[in-house]
Write a protein that binds this ligand. Structure first.
Ligand code: S3P
Length: 174
């Protein structure tokens, strides 16, 4: 049994918050892939983007993801774009239980409007541009996200619901 959960979904879908709660409930480790990236490369995601562009970022993000093979009993929050490059989605499906936290573009726009400065892909966008961007990007990304083993309604499920769904998929904590 692979004791790894990959949480995937758009920026602002709540991967890190849910991941922390799930990890605590299961008594597993929590890893935020962006934080792992930042300590591995001793930089920040926005700075790395500025210096190496999105292509450089995706290569380095892929390397960070492959490191997750070393982690057991871990809940891993992927970056919003992680599933959409290389065969990252296949890697996650082969090495853990994947959960797509599905949230509507409108709700994402509300949640993201406050965090535009730390997210390079949405920096400097007005509210209207942000919603358009999310709609377009989500349509492009959902075919990847939908390859997750579990698709969860991120607007209505609570922690106990997730734990029940995971238990149904054979995942139990310590
Ligand atoms: C990105 C999402 C970010 C981070 C980077 C790119 C994306 O992660 O990896 O800014 O392409 O959607 P979060 O989803 O944790 O914000």
């Amino acid at each position: 049994m692979k004791e790894r959960i990959f949480l995937i979904g758009f920026m602002g879908s709540g991967k890190s918050t849910l991941g922390r709660h799930l990890a605590r409930a299961l008594n597993w480790e929590f890893i935020d892939l962006d934080d792992y990236f930042e300590s591995k490369f001793r930089t920040t995601v926005p700075l790395f983007f500025k210096e190496f562009g999105e292509t450089g970022f995706r290569d380095a993000e892929r390397a960070s993801l492959l490191d997750m093979k070393e982690k057991n009993k871990a809940v891993i929050a992927a970056g919003g774009g992680t599933p959409c490059f290389f065969d990252n989605m296949d890697f996650m499906n082969e090495n853990g239980m994947t959960v797509y936290i599905k949230v509507s573009p409108e709700e994402l726009a509300t949640r993201l409007s406050a965090s535009r400065t730390v997210r390079p892909l949405i920096q400097g966008k007005s509210n209207e541009e942000l919603l358009d961007y999310i709609r377009e990007k989500l349509a492009e990304r959902e075919p990847f996200y939908n390859k997750a083993r579990i698709v969860a309604d991120g607007e209505t499920l609570d922690l106990d619901d997730y734990l029940r769904v995971l238990e149904g998929a054979g995942i139990r904590g310590e």
